[in-house]
Design a protein around this ligand. Structure first.
Ligand code: SAM
Length: 229
């Protein structure tokens, strides 16, 4: 199965490096991901390719017009009618691993990146399926949030990561943070690897990992335990 991403941005060149390297690039070459970036200006009807205007009612900055966004969404829907259209926005539902799993099972996602003071409110109200935020802070544009979604979702697509077990054991998958991991050397400046991990007793190691995942979550993210009760 191929997961298709259509990304709409005023700065399409920003995506070249993050999507042109490593796991994402390999997945594209293998046909597991199909990532297409669209320049919002190509959908402007203005002869200067303008896509923004001053806000009604006054206020600082510029707002992205509804028209080019509605037009690019319609053009992409024509090609991929089943696509889920998502606006990146600080006002969206916070993105998490559960959402990443849900979106990774869809055939196609259209990610709309805002800029300036954001987009005309008629876009989220009438033209997109949902709004997603990557956290309670404000970035300059939706490009980095779109990259965050592509990265988090892509690695859950079957075949993108070499070993599927790595996503099954990761933080948040079962509502807990991952257990602590160690590698060589066994002793670094007197800081030692827990004895149990080098005992060779797989059952005991597994029990230890489960207990440590719970302890670590309770210590640093008690909110996750409450959320999953
Ligand atoms: N005026 C808007 C507000 O106060 O909510 C902020 C607009 S922000 C400067 C410009 C664009 O960056 C937004 O339209 C959105 O696409 C993107 N953006 C900024 N912060 C984001 C976040 N936390 N999650 C997702 N997208 C974000």
């Amino acid at each position: 199965m191929t997961l298709r991403f259509d990304i709409v941005s005023l700065f399409p060149e920003m995506f070249a490096s993050p999507f042109g390297d490593s796991i994402i690039q390999r997945a594209r070459e293998e046909g597991l991901l199909d990532i297409r970036v669209h320049d919002l200006r190509d959908y402007s009807l203005n002869k200067h390719r303008k896509v923004d205007d001053a806000p009604f009612g006054g206020g600082v900055g510029m707002v992205i017009n509804v028209e080019p966004v509605a037009r690019v969404i319609a053009a992409i829907k024509k090609e991929v009618p089943e696509t889920r259209t998502i606006l990146l926005s600080p006002a969206g539902r916070p993105f998490d691993q559960k959402k990443a799993w849900e979106l990774s099972r869809l055939p196609s996602l259209n990610l709309i990146c805002g800029r300036y003071e954001g987009v005309d409110e008629r876009v989220p109200r009438h033209f997109v399926d949902e709004e997603i935020s990557i956290g309670d802070y404000v970035l300059t544009g939706g490009e980095i949030p779109a990259m965050v979604l592509v990265e988090a979702i892509s690695r859950l697509v079957p075949g993108v990561l070499g070993d599927p077990a790595s996503t099954a054991e990761e933080s948040f998958t079962d509502g807990l943070l991952e257990y602590p991991q160690y590698t060589r050397p066994r002793d670094y400046q007197g800081f030692k690897v827990p004895e149990i991990l080098v005992s060779g007793d797989h059952k005991k190691i597994r029990d230890w990992q489960k207990a440590e995942a719970l302890k670590k979550t309770a210590r640093v993210r008690p909110d996750l335990l409450k959320k999953n009760k």
